[in-house]
Design a protein around this ligand. Sequence first.
Ligand SMILES: [Zn+2]
Ligand SMILES: [Zn+2]
Length: 266
Amino acid sequence: MSDDDAGETAKGQRGRKLSGDLRREQLDSGAFLFEIRLRLDENGDEQEYDLTRAAERLPPHQLDPAAPMPAQSSKELRAEELREYLGMERKGYRVTKDLGCLHPHSRFTAYGKGSIIRGHQRMTAYLWHKRSHMEHKAKATRNAEGRPVDLQVSHLCHRPWCVNPLHLVVEEQFMNSLRNGCGVINGRKGPCCAGVKCLRTYSDGLEEDVEYCSSEAEVRLAIDPLMNEAARGPFSVSLLPKSLYAERDLAALKRKQRNDAKRLKI
Ligand SMILES: [Zn+2]
Ligand SMILES: [Zn+2]
């Protein structure tokens, strides 16, 4: 896939912000480059992987088998989302010291100003783990107790920007809501309210001061649980050299400068 493919190029700004500009911004802010992929089985198909199980090795929540399937085929959805996902991943992630949360460039978070990907968490979960469950995409429905059971992606780390697959779980809306305020009862510390346990006490994850890893050794320590899960799950995690895209970013910059110069002459 060339670097000029959609998802690798940030559009919408005056002139055009190159993919490499975003990468430089993100790497300068302390990010590292990763490649997280599902492994292929002998038929060349990606293997299914159950994230709910990975999170705490509990059985997945019961889903309504009668929920309608989406109109869009999973192949179409995948091609488009894969492009967006790769564009995000290739800018790198900052890694928090406490839990190994992976923080994409703000352009790709659901909350960043001018962000181009909404619900990147959903996409991440879809790509890595819970494809079949995400395909339900049911209209909001309620269970027998009247609770909303539309599927959502919850963050066990309470950081809505995080894409660490071990911190994401696909579950019913009411379970997601239960996590808001989790671990706090009347302002005091209390137990986690959900079946698959949260990783820390609730916070909205947007304004807090987060300490990020600054060396590769710190990153490896922080993502150790992810590496362990990768060793037994059907996906792989690689930490890539920061200079991996330097050459092609430089080539893209030169190409742009040449084109700009040509336009000026006309
Ligand atoms: Zn996280
Ligand atoms: Zn909780």
